[in-house]
Design a protein. Structure first.
Length: 248
């Protein structure tokens, strides 16, 4: 294909996500979630993306009920390569389950997509309803103090070769920082920098002091919070908030 005539579709974006984020049980964050899933009989993966976490758990022999939920149909199209898992197109706030799961998880910092207070409250309430009493909600979010967005700039651009032989180049550019809310663009381009696709996203960063009251209001009790994926303590230098919360 002539690179000048290339397009970059939603399906391409889902493929790139899979290529750049393979599930690796030896990686501390992935291991944290894999261990939690292995110990549960029924699992709800909120913001499941391409389903790689549940795919890996099923391949490892887990026979319990798995449900993956995501609002992006192209991501779910890749997730549906496995038919022994339930895949549902919905946002977290649209979840319609009632006391059906032992465990709910949100991997890959998907929790940060809850930008407004209203969205956060509605989403947490729906996740709480989906869990049995005493069920567990496990998720991670980048700590505000880590200022991770300062690394999201074109200087960190990288190239990727797709399976069909196309080469692309990608980078992030922060557009606005409004307190804990960071708006940025993701550009996918040809190797010479000519853009193929530009998409915008806003993420919300938290501290324990801003996060925990929302969880408690929704009916969760904080069981554990860590500052890294190896279960280290939250400190003044932590870049992550990893939360294990129990449904009251």
């Amino acid at each position: 294909m002539d690179q000048d005539s290339q397009t970059f579709t939603d399906d391409d974006s889902a493929l790139v996500y899979d290529l750049e984020n393979p599930w690796d049980p030896d990686w501390p964050a992935d291991r944290f979630y894999s261990d939690a899933v292995a110990a549960a009989e029924t699992v709800l993966d909120v913001g499941c993306g391409t389903g790689s976490m549940l795919h890996a758990a099923r391949a490892a022999g887990h026979t319990g009920r798995f449900v993956g939920v995501d609002p992006d149909e192209s991501m779910l199209a890749r997730a549906r390569r496995r038919t022994d898992i339930e895949w549902v197109r919905a946002s977290a706030a649209e979840l319609a389950y009632a006391e059906e799961f032992d465990l709910a998880v949100m991997a890959s910092n998907a929790f940060q997509c809850f930008v407004t207070d209203e969205e956060l409250r509605a989403s947490l309430a729906a996740i709480r309803r989906a869990l049995v009493g005493g069920g567990t909600f496990v998720f991670g979010t980048r700590h505000l103090q880590g200022r991770a967005w300062e690394e999201w700039n074109p200087a960190n651009a990288g190239n990727l070769m797709l399976p069909d032989g196309r080469e692309i180049r990608g980078w992030y550019q922060v557009e606005r920082v409004d307190g804990p809310r960071v708006t940025f663009t993701e550009t996918t381009a040809l190797p010479d920098g000519a853009p193929l696709r530009v998409s915008g996203t806003t993420l919300r960063f938290h501290t324990p002091e801003t996060l925990n009251p929302f969880l408690e209001e929704a009916g969760f009790r904080i069981q554990d919070q860590y500052g890294d994926w190896r279960r280290g303590p939250l400190t003044a230098d932590s870049r992550e908030i990893i939360t294990v919360a129990r449904a009251q």
